[in-house]
Design a protein around this ligand. Structure first.
Ligand code: FMN
Length: 163
């Protein structure tokens, strides 16, 4: 018996994650997409991955550009998560990415004020159901400050609470 899609979504939502914005630049045009499917894969060689819905234009542009950067959002960057998750217009997203002007080695834009970033060359893209899994080889990375992370749990944003 196939698993019910709503139940699968509910169960998957029990897994708390951080929130990232995946950025890329193709033929000079910057693009970004909110993603919580980011995962570290390997230290040697240095590999990470994220999964993109086949309908997400960012995935197609990452495939075309051959590179992407992972921007790990801080607690106060919820507005960026919303902007890059479809709440903002394409123009608003591009204006913000053009305005910051900060680029990683690959040319993917880096958002300021994040907890950390990883600049990646596309290693491979694997077709997986209604998503594509993008593996990146990390060519540069940086972490900053003691800020707290933005979290995502049961379909909503959360804050880190010390246990
Ligand atoms: C917290 C959060 C996490 C998300 N994670 C992913 C993800 O990992 N993969 C994905 O394809 N979409 C994810 N989305 C949805 C995309 O951000 C959204 O569909 C976006 O509008 C895609 O933009 P694009 O079509 O311009 O690339 C997430 C949304 C939110 C709010």
């Amino acid at each position: 018996m196939a698993i019910d899609a709503a139940e699968l979504r509910r169960v998957l939502g029990q897994f708390a994650t951080g929130v990232t914005v995946v950025t890329t630049r193709h033929e000079g045009v910057p693009q970004g997409m909110t993603a919580n499917s980011f995962t570290s894969v390997s230290l040697d060689p240095p590999l990470v991955l994220f999964c993109a819905d086949k309908r997400a234009r960012s995935g197609m542009l990452v495939a075309a550009a051959g590179c992407f950067a992972i921007n790990v959002l801080a607690e106060e960057q919820r507005h960026l998560s919303d902007l890059f998750a479809g709440k903002g217009t394409d123009e608003q997203r591009r204006a913000l990415l053009d305005e910051i002007g900060q680029e990683a080695v690959t040319g993917a834009p880096l958002l300021p004020g994040t907890l950390g970033w990883l600049d990646c060359r596309l290693d491979r893209a694997i077709d997986a159901g209604d998503h594509v899994v993008f593996f990146g080889e990390v060519v540069a990375a940086g972490a900053s400050g003691p800020a707290a992370p933005l979290l995502y749990f049961r379909g909503g944003y959360r804050r880190l609470d010390p246990v």
